[in-house]
Write a protein that binds this ligand. Structure first.
Ligand code: NAD
Ligand code: IPM
Ligand code: MN
Length: 322
């Protein structure tokens, strides 16, 4: 029995995740779903956005389908999303950007860097420790190398080694690993890379980078495919796996039946791929492409469908054999 924990979270998470869950349930009626309530809404109700027992519940699942969480306005706030990623040691954040003639996989280190959580604020200054460990770098670059081999593609290492010593360390370990693996690689400064990926997306295949750079680069690269409503992600560790859209809870459109559920549905497709169901993942992908090509899409893609209406059209399309 495959058990999927479903976290809608906040905002448009409540609108897009039900669409993704329906797609999964249709393709895999044998999956068992159970919901886990964490986030801003939970904080408003209980004063605690994510309890230890919620983390415990997530750990019992075979995979987690996750929406998005609003940052609660609390002092000394610890991000729920980061807490989950760290507690489950989901070190590899895979963010695919696929479009006409390009297929890029951003491989973002997901547990350290500027997200180390080692911080101090005094009246005079605030500091955040940017931790780049050898073990953390080796495991993320090895994931990226494995993907580059599978995809028979170039590995690009994104960094800022001209300024930051921890990125000299990151770059050098990545280069040593790429050389040892005998794969084709290059490296780019992250600022130049952020523009070049938009201008020449076909020159990229797998891009590995540190935590914060990967966060920013994936939102930037979303521009190539029509925005945040389209980009999914997988957060993978050795024991657990969580699938979520790259976008957040989008409070500006939440509750309006406006949000594009494609990023969430594609995250569900990544979940299927993770379980070895490449055919199911491809069915989802084809159904989305077919609908969008016919102009059946939400307003961010210049369509007139609401989230629910697009979701219904997607389920109808998935039910068709072709
Ligand atoms: P956001 O990604 O929520 O929204 C950015 C812009 O993109 C907004 O204009 C929004 O309307 C639009 N957008 C996002 N998803 C869309 C979709 N599916 N369809 C159509 N338009 C979409 O980023 P933000 O506004 O900077 O952050 C809002 C909240 O979400 C913050 O509290 C932030 O911390 C949180 N956040 C959470 C996650 C997560 O839980 N994984 C990720 C990013 C941001
Ligand atoms: C993302 C988000 C998160 C991040 C926030 C909400 C902690 O922006 O998943 O891209 O910075 O990783
Ligand atoms: Mn982000």
């Amino acid at each position: 029995m495959t058990r999927i924990a479903v976290v809608e979270g906040d905002g448009i998470g409540h609108e897009v995740i039900p669409v993704a869950q329906k797609a999964l349930a249709l393709l895999h009626p044998e999956y068992e779903f159970f919901s886990v309530d964490v986030g801003y809404g939970k904080w408003e109700e209980t004063g605690c956005p994510c309890a230890d027992r919620d983390l415990g519940a997530l750990k019992t699942a075979d995979a987690i389908l996750f929406g998005a969480i609003t940052t609660p306005p609390m002092k000394d706030y610890q991000s729920v999303v980061l807490r989950i990623r760290k507690s489950l040691d989901l070190y590899a954040n895979l963010r695919p950007i696929r479009g006409d003639g390009f297929d890029i996989m951003i491989v973002r280190e997901n547990t350290e860097g500027l997200y180390s959580g080692i911080e101090e604020t005094t009246t005079a200054r605030a500091t955040t420790l940017r931790v780049v460990s050898r073990a953390g770098t080796e495991r993320i670059v090895r994931t990226a190398i494995r993907l580059a081999k599978e995809r028979d593609g170039l590995l690009t290492i994104g960094h800022k080694a001209n300024v930051i010593k921890s990125d000299v360390f990151f770059r050098d370990i990545c280069i040593a690993e790429a050389q040892a693996a005998g794969i084709e690689y290059n490296d780019r400064f992250i600022d130049a890379l952020s523009l070049d990926i938009l201008q020449h997306p076909k020159n990229y295949n797998v891009v590995v980078t540190t935590n914060m750079f990967g966060d920013i680069l994936s939102d930037v690269a979303a521009y190539l495919v029509g925005g945040l409503g389209l980009v999914p992600s997988a957060n993978i560790g050795d024991e657990y796996a969580l699938f979520e859209p790259v976008h957040g809870s989008a409070p500006d459109i939440a509750g309006g039946n406006i949000a594009n559920p494609i990023a969430a549905v594609r995250s569900a497709a990544m979940l299927l791929d993770h379980f070895g169901d490449a055919e199911g993942a491809a069915r989802i992908d084809t159904a989305i492409r077919t609908l969008v090509a016919r102009g059946i899409c939400t307003r961010d893609l210049c369509g007139s469908y609401g989230t629910r209406e697009f979701g219904d059209a997607l389920i109808t399309q998935l039910c068709k054999k072709t």
